[in-house]
Design a protein around this ligand. Structure first.
Ligand code: NAG
Ligand code: NAG
Ligand code: NAG
Ligand code: NAG
Ligand code: NAG
Ligand code: NAG
Ligand code: NAG
Ligand code: NAG
Ligand code: NAG
Ligand code: NAG
Ligand code: NAG
Ligand code: NAG
Length: 535
């Protein structure tokens, strides 16, 4: 079975007939050096202009070390254009446009993450490798922090929507000029903060993309930022007496979550297919008298677990953000449950909401929620209830995926967004299916990795092939260009995430509201599961 699953990874590439070469690109390196990019992008200056041969490792010495992207090995021959684009007298974008020798007529714009300004070179290369002309940017500032936002609304504007729109336009201009033909279709790929960028583009610039693929979108941004900031107050500092250590979350608490909820989908395999069905009861972990406390909780700690896994409510009891899904504790101990302020939220409150680098969220309260919501710069909130300009007039398609063990943005938020859009557009899920599908990726952490079949083509490192059945970006291309929508996405997981060690599991992930259900046989095989609709 594994052999059978593996064989289609080897060769199939969507749109595998490369287009005839435009004659002027026959000598690609010459065509690259003779190209004049500054003619096609406004307000730009040149940083880099070079032909890069396949296999070359590019180095980015100027990149902020917090981004952790010092180099990128390029998979195919490209013409690399890096520009500075000025967006105002107080802001600018570092822009990369990589034009591959073998072009399929497609453009791919890539997003960022968190509140960061880190270029995803890996995603740009992933696009090139599959024939896209690809663009990315630093989203208007460098590094993972938010200090560049302080007293600079122009930098904020770039981050919230202007940078992506500008690079998409710039990328289209360069693509048209370089290949002497416009891109036939343009796509977007981004996760987390990059997910929010994609939804914002659908909302504000419905003509920018034909297909938008986003993971774990940071929509409902102000409320999500508050939700993240609220954990520190719930867990207490790591030095506080009832602080629950990582070993407890990762050990007996996670075990108890699995014991209560793993079998709901029919298979006990360490993966909860639908965490919305998991109503975890931590009280069973209260220490009995004389029990070794490394395996149980006191009453105050049980309350902490309960509160950490509860939704965030506002001053009048209204829902601010849904609960963290149970199952994600193994990874959440490194961030939200770590007993330290969550950096992205801290910086947002410091540099955007309060303009004060001394703000600290030790005493985070509902007044902070209100302040973040009231400011809502450039509608960063990103919670559209009607995307019909994108999906109707422009026939745009939207695919969202969300890991069901996401430790940074609860997947319950995406389900809520789906329902919000469905009710805002007055559509049933069978109608929403015409332009928007949401895939719940069981056993996947934030954007990638995890014990589940998490490789679904969401990034270069998360893809084995460019086959629509197994690759969410290829599925989008097929949907846009051939009208065939994906019903499932087949994900894979390799032993220790090493291809050489062999396949550990494969599973077809279902589109919401279908639910993956075990129907018998070896649970690590895709054929042992079926997508079912429960009313
Ligand atoms: C491409 O052009 C360059 C510079 O004119 C030249 O050195 C090179 O040999 C050419 N390559 C091919 C394959 O014609
Ligand atoms: C793209 O080209 C158009 C037409 O030349 C120009 O008006 C526009 O400013 C360009 N876009 C960018 C981002 O440079
Ligand atoms: C590009 O812009 C940055 C500021 O965003 C500036 O520091 C750098 O010098 C610029 N580079 C060029 C070549 O203009
Ligand atoms: C951002 O990084 C680029 C290099 O990628 C550098 O040229 C630029 O000066 C940096 N900008 C700021 C404001 O530090
Ligand atoms: C690329 O950067 C990584 C660290 O991010 C480093 O481990 C690796 O050695 C670098 N590769 C090259 C070829 O410089
Ligand atoms: C170019 O920059 C100026 C001022 O910095 C700005 O007003 C204008 O909109 C920019 N043009 C484009 C196409 O972005
Ligand atoms: C773009 O679409 C046109 C018309 O369908 C087609 O002729 C052309 O081959 C496509 N270009 C590429 C590069 O695929
Ligand atoms: C509790 O269990 C831990 C680890 O299993 C052990 O190291 C410790 O000595 C035990 N404490 C008591 C009081 O039994
Ligand atoms: C965001 O939080 C506010 C409370 O500050 C609440 O009124 C609003 O409904 C929330 N929005 C969403 C989409 O959750
Ligand atoms: C922070 O600055 C922004 C403008 O940059 C302003 O809109 C906001 O009201 C300021 N916040 C506070 C708390 O002063
Ligand atoms: C659709 O676009 C029109 C024209 O730009 C705009 O007036 C309208 O508000 C948009 N509708 C939505 C739901 O965004
Ligand atoms: C959604 O927006 C479109 C375009 O603005 C509008 O025509 C339509 O009536 C809206 N749908 C609903 C249910 O409000």
């Amino acid at each position: 079975m594994f052999v059978l699953s593996l064989c289609f990874f080897a060769h199939f590439v969507l749109g595998s007939t490369p287009q005839p070469f435009p004659p002027h690109l026959a000598n690609f390196s010459t065509a690259c050096s003779e190209f004049e990019p500054l003619k096609y992008v406004s307000n730009a200056t040149l940083n880099v202009h070079e032909f890069v041969a396949a296999g070359t490792t590019l180095h980015f010495p100027g990149t902020d070390p917090s981004c952790g992207t010092a180099n990128q090995t390029v998979s195919v021959d490209i013409c690399r254009i890096a520009l500075n684009i000025s967006t105002s007298d107080r802001s600018g974008i570092i822009f990369e446009s990589w034009l591959p020798r073998t072009w399929t007529g497609r453009l791919l714009a890539t997003g960022n993450g968190g509140i960061d300004g880190c270029i995803k070179y890996d995603d740009i290369n992933y696009g090139n490798k599959n024939g896209f002309s690809a663009v990315g940017s630093n989203n208007g500032h460098n590094g993972t922090g938010g200090s560049a936002f302080l007293h600079n609304p122009e930098v904020l504007k770039d981050y919230i929507y202007r940078s992506l729109h500008t690079i998409t336009e710039g990328g289209k201009n360069l693509t048209t000029a370089f290949y002497s033909a416009p891109a036939n279709n343009s796509y977007y790929l981004g996760c987390s903060g990059g997910g929010r960028q994609g939804i914002k583009a659908a909302e504000m610039f419905p003509e920018d993309f034909n297909g938008i693929v986003v993971g774990a979108p940071a929509v409902n941004f102000n409320n999500m930022t508050s939700w993240r900031a609220s954990f520190f107050g719930k867990t207490g500092a790591s030095t506080s007496p009832n602080f629950i250590p990582a070993s407890a979350w990762q050990g007996f608490i996670h075990d108890a979550v699995l014991k209560q909820c793993d079998a709901i989908d029919g298979a006990v395999d360490g993966i909860i297919e639908d965490p919305t069905l998991c109503d975890f009861r931590p009280e069973e972990l209260i220490c009995s008298s004389g029990q070794n406390s490394t395996k149980c909780l006191n009453e105050a700690q049980v309350e902490i677990v309960r509160s950490v896994l509860s939704p965030l409510y506002g001053s009048s009891g209204e829902l601010v953000f849904p609960a963290m899904q149970p199952g994600s504790e193994v990874q959440a101990v490194q961030g939200l449950y770590s007993g330290t302020p969550f950096p992205y939220s801290l910086d947002w409150f410091r540099y955007v909401v309060y303009n004060s680098s001394t703000f600290d969220d030790t005493h985070f309260s509902v007044s902070d929620i209100t302040a973040a919501q009231a400011l809502n710069p450039y509608n960063v909130q990103t919670y559209p209830s009607n995307l019909s300009n994108f999906t109707g007039t422009h026939k745009g398609k939207l695919l969202i995926f969300h890991g069901q063990q996401d430790e940074k943005i609860t997947s319950f938020s995406t389900e809520r967004f789906y329902n919000h859009l469905a009710s805002g557009m007055e559509l049933h899920s069978s109608q929403i299916d015409d332009f928007f599908r949401y895939f719940r990726i069981s056993g996947m952490f934030h954007c990638s990795s995890g014990p589940g079949a998490w490789m679904i083509g969401q990034s270069g490192s998360g893809s084995m092939s460019f086959y629509p059945e197994t690759n969410i970006l290829a599925a989008m291309v097929q949907w846009v260009e051939e009208g065939i929508a994906p019903d499932t996405i087949l994900g894979v997981k390799f032993v220790n995430d090493s291809v050489a060690k062999g396949l550990e599991r494969s599973r077809r992930h279902c589109r919401f509201p279908y639910r993956n259900t075990y129907i018998g046989g070896n649970a690590s095989l895709q054929r042992s599961w079926e997508c079912m609709l429960y009313e």
